[in-house]
Design a protein around this ligand. Sequence first.
Ligand code: NAD
Ligand code: IPM
Ligand code: MN
Length: 351
Amino acid sequence: MVYHVASIPGDGIGPEVVDAARPVFEDVSERFGFELALTQHDWGSERHLEDGSMMPDDGLEELEEYDAILLGAIGHPDVPDHVTLNNLLLPIRKGFDQAICKRPAILFDGVESPLEGYEGGDIDFVVYRENTEGEYANVGGQEHPGHGHEIAVQSSVFTRAGTERIVRAAFEAATEREGHLTSITKSNAQAHSMVFWDQIVEEIAEEYPEITVERLLVDAASMDFIRRPEQFDVVVASNLFGDILTDIGAIITGSMGLAPSANVNPSKEYPSMFEPVHGSAPDIVGDGVANPLATVLSGAMMVDHLSEPEASDALWGAVTDQLADPDAPRTPDLGGSSGTEDVIEDLRTRL
Ligand code: NAD
Ligand code: IPM
Ligand code: MN
């Protein structure tokens, strides 16, 4: 079986981690008897600085032919973030209706959490983030620039269809996990959109009587991610809240450099996209110390999505094994002094 994957390394440490992870994907596919044909797309901010475009005009049409997309990161200090992200990453998520964003937060054995008293296995939850609407809707505008009455409006959009499908996906995930779902909103202040969300959670909960449902406000939930992260199983949240909460999820489980994600198109009409949760990390770019494991694990989520669960398990297993080994190389974000390539080389021997 050959799977055609469009790789978009992007900006900053994106190319460092995607290039590093590539041989790991070659190893695992060879071992499990399939081929991952990765085609590199040099789209991103360098291209924008040269010709003003983040990707070709027909970029999405080109990507549509692939079985999956592997992305590094987007974001460049010389180009405004709203330009880079709204012309590459977000159009892919929206254009390919990648409505379900899955972001696991796992504290691996051998990884130190900044939270005292937590050990490997103590934190293990997954955030289901709504990924195509909510606070990320491009609805609004600016008027009267330069005047005292200048305005900016950005409206959130919550549709029944969009909310139902992320909530239902989260309930389904809870049936496969520990049977506990936490829905995180801000219904005390957002009396339209978030009350609507709560109502849909309540309706869908009736279809899943075996799942225990907890509702939290996002401010308190942010505290509880730190105070009692062990009690979360499946978390469901809107686009913006899911974004913010998953950075907390990443750091309490050791590092941004370990957090993977999947942007899933539920209808399978379009390719899904797999990418680390982290950004282009301009503070460490070019130092050769970016942690490539979030990208490796995003690849593990990708091969699972491509119906190669054994290859996925092998990747998760090799990463778990490496992190548990006190003598294995580690990048500085995990307290080590090794480089990206050392981590990959060691991982390949474990595979
Ligand atoms: P960031 O995730 O890039 O970095 C936050 C911190 O985490 C930095 O200290 C960085 O060094 C560290 N870090 C991140 N990934 C790491 C890795 N693999 N190994 C070791 N350390 C790692 O977030 P930021 O600084 O807020 O954003 C930088 C740029 O990236 C901005 O332009 C932002 O818009 C963009 N961004 C893009 C994505 C994406 O493409 N999916 C995600 C987040 C941010
Ligand atoms: C993420 C990122 C993006 C998001 C940005 C870069 C637009 O922070 O994937 O977590 O907010 O979704
Ligand atoms: Mn984010």
